[in-house]
Write a protein that binds this ligand. Structure first.
Ligand code: NAD
Length: 495
């Protein structure tokens, strides 16, 4: 077992006294208070970041507003696309650096950082780049009566909404930040990003690369710090839209604050308690590797990943035996070691939360497999399977956002659907079966924004993504994001 060598450029980057990134340059923090970033695999402090204040947020918003009016608005759609593509090129050129930063701050396995987080960041940026030249309105012919021969015509135009606040969580900070950058920049908006206080560094680095890509100063700004930075952004009158990805409680608070702040537009991509439904005809040996990969990727800290396996009674015992055996084979270890299959949880507060869930399950004798909290340095827990059937049990209801999954037997489709839809969330679900008519009948009955069949946890920029019920408001990707980042202006002309 050996760990990848940390690049010297990253060693240097970590030792910098990081401030904010405003108007195309580093801005030293006004407050002396710093936030320590810890490597979750070792609990060692690897860097510190600044705590933004209201004044710095206002500077960043002013910078984004000036850039919106004076720079980005004068950039043709073609050029906007070129610059986003150039940024994608630079992400690829600096892929190892960005991957190491992500792994050091989130505990994500290095190969996942390389092949998912960083590689998909470039893929998404290129996808959004392609939209810049394809955003358009429509023409209409009004039916207004003509008294003296006058005629009427009408058209719609999509105008960029203005300055966007992009508030980002810690689990895929670079890629989710890039979703917000791509959506904003391709539609002609500018952005102030507020990365998570646990995983701030990769977006600070991306903002530097954006300048190298020729994106004008002020188009992308980053203010680091805690939740209050996000609150200042929402209250700023020059911020016209908040794009938030994070937890349900924070999302609800942000939605309420945005409505109070003169109906600032808001899109919310929130949490879930996602179901994977394994029907009676499933071949367990065939589906298990894919299902477990989708479930335990990044230690289950993926909003779209399943936390509940609903397994038909006829396959339940076989499923439990084989899934338990498989997760016990996961090699738990340093995320910088390419042979590790399972790393640490991403930060201490989250570790404490997952630990509390595991202790509760242990106390209630609900653990089927795993469930141990590993001793020593780092926020390591085992991948875990639980048996919880009471729909009021906190572990049935609440998002753990960890590698903690319930296996629930069901006999009838109706009983299974009642339990699946009992959730207040509705982000994703999957159905595992080759029984086409049963699957097609089930899809409309499952309350979720995305339903996968014989797959789970796959996001593609061409397919809209977002939640129903408490899992969110709005959709990302495809052409669905355009509504959220533009205002539709109607023009009528009499001639
Ligand atoms: P979080 O809600 O705690 O924090 C998200 C971001 O919001 C952070 O940058 C944080 O500093 C900021 N913030 C906190 N309080 C704020 C406030 N009052 N006003 C403005 N900003 C505030 O979420 P997290 O713990 O970073 O992320 C995990 C959660 O994110 C999980 O629930 C997960 O399901 C969800 N998530 C959803 C998606 C999706 O696309 N639906 C993707 C990834 C993660």
């Amino acid at each position: 077992m050996s760990e990848v060598q940390i690049l010297s450029s990253i060693q240097q980057f970590l030792t910098r006294k990081h401030g904010h990134f405003i108007q195309g340059q580093h801005v030293e923090a006004e407050l002396s208070e710093r936030i320590e970033l810890k490597n979750p695999a070792t609990e060692q402090v690897i860097a510190t970041i600044a705590c933004g204040n209201e004044n710095e947020v206002n500077q960043a918003v002013d910078s984004a507003h000036d850039a919106f009016i004076n720079a980005w608005a004068n950039t043709s759609p073609y050029e906007r696309g070129l610059k986003l593509n150039k940024l994608a090129d630079l992400v690829e050129q600096h892929a190892e650096e960005l991957a190491q930063l992500e792994t050091l701050t989130t505990g994500k396995l290095i190969n996942l950082s390389r092949h998912l987080e960083v590689a998909q960041t470039a893929v998404f940026l290129r996808y959004f780049a392609g939209w810049a030249t394809k955003i358009h309105g429509q023409t209409m012919q009004p039916s207004i009566p003509s008294a003296q021969g006058e005629k009427y015509t009408a058209y719609t135009v999509r105008q960029p909404i203005g300055v966007v606040a992009g508030i980002v969580p810690w689990n895929f900070s670079l890629m989710i930040g890039a979703w917000k950058i791509g959506s904003a920049l391709t539609t002609g908006c500018t952005i102030v990003l507020k990365p998570s206080e646990f995983t701030t560094l990769s977006l600070l680095r991306l903002a530097e690369l954006a300048i190298e890509a020729g994106i004008p100063a002020g188009v992308i700004n980053v203010v680091t710090g805690k939740g209050n930075v996000g609150q200042y952004l929402i209250d700023s009158p020059k911020v016209k839209k908040v794009s938030f990805t994070g937890s349900v409680p924070t999302g609800i608070a942000i939605g309420q604050q945005a409505m109070r702040s003169d109906l600032t537009r808001v899109s919310l991509e929130l949490g879930g308690k996602n179901a994977a439904i394994i029907l009676a005809d499933s071949n367990i040996d065939e589906i298990l590797p894919r299902l477990l990969q989708a479930t335990y990727v990044h230690q289950g800290q993926v909003c779209a990943a399943p936390e509940q396996f609903f397994v038909h009674q006829s396959k339940y015992d076989e499923f439990v035996a084989k899934a338990s055996g498989a997760i016990q084979q996961f090699v738990i270890g340093s995320p910088l070691d390419e042979s590790s299959m399972f790393g640490p949880l991403s930060n201490q507060p989250h570790f404490e939360k997952v630990k509390a869930y595991l202790e509760l399950a242990k106390k209630n004798d609900q653990i089927i497999a795993g469930g141990r909290i590993l001793e020593g340095q780092g926020y390591f827990v085992e991948p875990t399977l639980l048996k919880i059937t009471d729909i009021h049990d906190p572990l049935f209801v609440e998002e753990t956002f960890g590698p903690v999954v319930n296996v629930i037997p069901f006999e009838t489709e109706e009983e299974m659907l009642n339990k699946v839809n009992h959730s207040r969330f509705g982000l994703t679900a999957s159905i595992w079966s080759n029984n086409l008519s049963q699957v097609l009948n089930l899809i409309p009955k499952v309350e979720a924004g995305s339903v996968w069949v014989n797959m789970h946890t796959f996001l593609d920029p061409s397919v809209p993504f977002g939640g129903v019920k408490a899992s969110g408001v709005g959709r990302e990707f495809s052409d669905a994001f355009i509504d959220d980042y533009t205002e539709l202006k109607s023009v009528m002309i009499c001639y």
